[in-house]
Design a protein around this ligand. Structure first.
Ligand code: HEC
Ligand code: HEC
Length: 426
């Protein structure tokens, strides 16, 4: 026991000393958050975490001189096969995404559960699959699925898809809902025959996937592989990188109001630890974490990542979702356990996730209670809302080549006129 304590003390000394060397910005009197952010820019997450914690424990917090410094972290590169037909591929993928022809009964499109006016999610705690009617929160009937539809914004940056990461690429993912009996329930062969019989699709597939050489013409342009490739090419265009936070990070100090700036500081602080899992600039670490979200009372317990990789440590681990556009995608978590961002923040601050440890969950060390005033709670939520990309999403196409009905626009989240959401100008 005593030995362990000495070891921990020695470790603390080393960490603090390292931090003093690694954090010249802290010596210059910046906040711990700014030190964190500059270290994060250097690309070393673990060092950044230690730096921020150590800076806090040595009490060197000083008035915030330059909160924006180090926040403008470059986005990862979207890995995509180069093709001269990329524009045609994306447009084909967009039409397929909104076309119910992808489902067995020709009545369910990707957009029924990933609607542009619902942050490319569906506004439901858990999605309703095959056999239902309507879309988004108004959808009724249909096989209840066990998880919520995640937003597709910035899925292009994700190294693994689904809440449990079971698909490695967007192409692989897209085959899932099309063929899953509970979702679109479609048979790939029947689908490609249907598509090839529609002249506009036949033409668009040829343009999007031109045969490399005359000899390869045996390979039909309308194939299931090309369906998923086109869907993925469209999804890779759904990038949310243009929020007021980004303007602030780029140096426009008026882009966030005082409450949002305080929220940002809380978000970056070693007290809340939000940024250590929701990292800049994507607001996800792209890792699977156990945070102890309660199971839905009317659904079987969800083992999450453990279903894919096994092992008790991953039981109840889920993909850390991006927080970009998070204001648009309530309810929250893999099962919609929380209706609002306020409820999410209360969950973290209460440390309630740890209540699942006795149930055998290896809840992450970064999950634990912290003191948050009413103002702090409001500020943190205000900051999360400032992560919304302000460009209105491209609306659904007016029509799709199959002639089937396209999802209508929903006015739940009307796009603000330019500048209207910029509260500091009000
Ligand atoms: C019935 C509703 C429904 C339909 C239709 C649907 N999805 Fe989903 N989608 C979901 C649900 C629920 C999940 C999460 C499932 C899980 O993680 O196990 C999901 C997950 C995803 C993901 C993973 C996102 C991430 O961040 O991990 C992508 C990408 C996606 N869907 C794209 C599509 C595409 C493309 C289509 C059409 C071919 C489609 N979806 C059709 C409900 C739906
Ligand atoms: C240990 C890593 C970790 C920390 C620390 C953390 N998160 Fe999360 N966050 C996650 C994971 C994992 C999920 C998804 C969990 C699930 O679905 O069961 C999540 C989900 C969320 C969601 C819901 C997003 C959605 O689309 O459903 C919000 C909002 C959120 N976190 C905000 C925060 C805030 C604010 C903080 C700081 C108070 C924070 N997180 C700290 C890992 C973390």
């Amino acid at each position: 026991m005593a030995r362990t304590r000495w070891f921990l003390l020695a470790l603390l000394v080393v960490v603090v000393a390292t931090a003093a060397v690694l954090a010249p910005s802290a010596r210059r009197g910046d906040s711990g958050a700014a030190a964190f952010a500059s270290a994060a820019v250097a690309g070393d997450g673990s060092r950044a975490a230690r730096t921020s914690v150590a800076t806090a424990s040595t009490g060197r917090h000083a008035p915030d001189e330059s909160p924006a410094r180090g926040l403008a972290v470059p986005f990862p590169v979207v890995a995509e096969e180069a093709s001269p037909a990329l524009a045609e591929r994306r447009e084909l993928g967009r039409l397929l995404f909104f076309d119910p022809i992808l489902s067995a009964e020709n009545n369910l499109s990707c957009a029924h559960c990933h609607h542009p006016d619902l942050g490319f999610a569906d506004g439901r705690a858990r999605a309703l699959g095959r056999g239902g009617a309507g879309l988004g929160p108004a959808r009724t009937g249909g096989v209840p699925l066990r998880r919520g539809a995640p937003s597709l914004w910035n899925a292009a940056f994700a190294p693994a898809l689904f809440w449990d990461g079971r698909a490695a690429t967007l192409e692989e993912q897209a085959a899932g809902p099309i063929t899953a009996p509970d979702e679109m329930g479609e048979d790939p062969e029947r689908l490609t025959a249907e598509l090839a019989a529609i002249p506009e699709y036949a033409r668009r597939f040829r343009a999007a996937f031109p045969p490399p050489a005359p000899a390869a013409e045996a390979q039909a342009p309308v194939s299931f592989q090309h369906v998923t490739a086109a869907l993925a090419a469209f999804e890779r265009t759904l990038l949310a990188r243009d929020s007021r936070f980004d303007r602030f990070a780029a140096g426009d100090r008026a882009a966030l109001d005082e409450s949002e700036k305080s929220g940002l500081k809380l978000f970056l602080s070693p007290m809340t630890r939000c940024v250590e899992c929701h990292e800049l600039p994507t607001f996800t670490s792209r890792q699977f974490k156990v945070i102890g979200v309660p199971d839905a009372p009317d659904a079987p317990p969800d083992a999450g990542r453990a279903e894919v990789v096994g092992g008790r440590y991953y039981r109840g681990a889920f993909k850390t979702p991006t927080l970009r556009n998070v204001a648009l995608t309530a309810p929250y978590m893999h099962n919609g356990a929380f209706a609002t961002l306020e409820e999410v923040v209360d969950f973290y601050a209460s440390g309630k996730g740890r209540e699942r440890i006795p149930q055998g969950l290896y809840v992450d060390d970064f999950i634990g209670a912290f003191q948050l005033s009413a103002a702090g709670r409001r500020d943190l939520v205000a900051f999360l809302r400032a992560l919304t990309d302000e460009r209105p999403p491209q609306p659904p196409p007016a029509a799709v080549p199959s002639g089937l009905a396209v999802v209508p626009r929903l006015n739940r989240n009307p796009a603000p006129p330019p500048g209207a959401a910029h509260r500091s100008q009000e």
